[in-house]
Design a binder for this molecule. Structure first.
Ligand code: SF4
Length: 481
């Protein structure tokens, strides 16, 4: 069964997509880093997206943000530090970089300040402080960042402000601080309640730490808490998975994310598997665990709103991640962070201007061929020291950008939107975003997948069937040229 393909996690709880190899830049954390490909727990869009033109440059075209889509806008803030690097992780995050925390926080605030000016009052609906482990920063550093967000950005009245955390990092004080600074959603990487699994995953916490962290979050006032868990681990039994799920459900969190373990290339885990020190994850067993989870979560009144995400109660789906899955707009700040802005009616190159903080040259490439562009995506360089240097020098930290054609953007709307299990892709939204009916763009593909029993549609939307959910990547790939 190809369930793992459907389960490639989005970790959602991140907007910091990696692009190509990770290039450590020296410093105390260098020896603990490795090259990594696009990580498992990130948006899937970049894994398969094709673009018309891709250029690497310190200069890149982006329009005034006020000219882009009128939907909600998200702000992702990347904290690339962890207490220890987990052996399966290829996120853009580093251990033992404590000496850089202060300089990094200041550089991050500089980049945030530039974006605050650039956004020109456009409302920000969601903020996500992710990583990494944001709570490794000091109280003063977290305060600096979050106070700047409140002071300089036009936050929506009911803005969702999320922060990731991992148990075992001075939870109580940090959670109380985050809550006092307006954070209203906490996402915790628990991963398992089995001691041997936590040890295998190289986590710094044990099961009791996780329980204490949850209790500390509740005591700090958080009503909206997500817990992340992993399944499909080598040597993990279905019984152990049941036990972890049961303990998670006993806590009654509002949100749960369940991800299958992916062996990412060039990680210590990949080396262990290649050398036979660890058995490879068993796909069939992982599929069984996924189906077990679907049924247990449903019995406990959690709605599976996305392939890997469940919420209990209306309004508890992660609004920031919904922006990604709905192919909407966000700005990512910090090393490796990705951004995505749309132009609903298409924008021609000659309308595109430089970012205000880029020095000097006119962006000649911006005029380009004058072809319509549906969206633009870009990312900052990954290394922490290089990021700090560039931002402190007044230069752009952007290392990569791509313009996204209308055709590719439509495919991404399908690929991402179909991950939303109930919502799927609403026909009206598709047409509003792309200026043509979904049936015109993808009618034959949708018909074929419906005949195979993988998609279903009504008058409002098209979405995965339960059978399609188990082979999601096969379905998504139909919409990518
Ligand atoms: S705590 Fe999370 S982000 Fe940090 S190394 Fe482990 S898996 Fe990666």
């Amino acid at each position: 069964m190809n369930v793992l393909a459907a389960l490639r996690p989005t970790d959602s709880e991140r907007g910091a997509e990696e692009e190509g190899a990770q290039v450590p830049e020296g410093g105390p954390g260098e020896s603990n880093s490795w090259s990594g490909s696009s990580t498992a727990a990130k948006l899937t869009t970049l894994e398969v997206a094709h673009t018309d033109r891709t250029r690497e440059s310190r200069r890149f075209p982006v329009p005034p943000v006020s000219e882009t889509g009128e939907g909600p806008l998200g702000l992702y803030i990347h904290i690339p530090f962890c207490a220890r690097k987990c052996p399966y992780c290829d996120f853009n995050t580093y251990a033992r970089l404590e000496p850089l925390y202060e300089a990094y926080s200041e550089a991050l605030c500089r980049e945030l300040g530039r974006w605050a000016a650039r956004l020109d009052g456009r409302t920000v609906h969601t903020v996500f402080l992710g990583g990494g482990t944001p709570t490794v920063l000091s109280a003063g550093q977290l305060r600096l960042i979050l106070e700047l967000v409140h002071d300089r950005f036009a936050l929506a009245d009911e803005a969702e402000i999320s922060c990731e955390a991992n148990p075992g990092i001075e939870d109580r004080g940090q959670f109380a601080l985050l809550h006092s600074l307006g954070v209203n959603r906490l996402s915790m990487g628990v991963q398992s309640f089995q001691e041997e699994e936590l040890a295998f995953l190289g986590r710094i916490h044990d099961a009791e730490d996780a329980l204490h962290a949850y209790e500390a979050a509740v005591d700090a006032g958080f009503a909206n808490i997500n817990l992340d868990f992993m399944f499909g681990l080598p040597r993990q039994s279905v019984a152990a998975w049941h036990d972890s799920l049961g303990k998670a459900l006993d806590l009654t969190p509002r949100h749960v994310s369940l991800y299958s373990l992916i062996v990412e290339p060039d990680t210590p885990l990949a080396h262990w598997v290649e050398t036979g020190q660890t058995p490879a994850p068993d796909d069939d067993l992982a599929a069984e665990m996924y189906e077990t989870a679907i049924s247990r979560m449903g019995e406990a009144d959690y709605e599976q709103y996305e392939v890997s995400n469940w919420a209990r109660g209306a309004g508890y789906a992660c609004r920031h991640n919904l922006l990604y899955w709905r192919n909407q707009e966000w700005i990512g700040v910090g090393p490796g962070a990705h951004s995505h802005l749309r132009f609903p009616t298409g924008l021609r190159g000659e309308s595109i201007g430089d970012l205000p903080f880029m020095s000097g040259d006119a962006c000649d490439e911006a005029a380009g061929s004058g072809a319509p562009v549906a969206a633009v995506r870009w990312s900052n360089r990954k290394g922490v020291q290089g990021y700090i240097k560039r931002v402190d020098a007044g230069e752009s930290p952007v290392d990569f950008h791509e313009e996204i054609s209308a055709e590719v953007s439509m495919g991404e709307t399908m690929m991402l939107g179909l991950r939303l299990v109930r919502e799927g892709v609403p026909f009206a939204r598709f047409e509003a975003m792309h200026g043509q009916p979904l049936a015109c763009a993808f009618g034959p593909s949708v018909d074929r997948l419906q005949e195979e029993g993988l998609l279903e549609s009504d008058s409002e939307r098209v979405r995965l069937t339960p059978k399609g959910l188990l082979v999601g990547n096969r379905v998504f790939s139909e919409f990518i040229a």
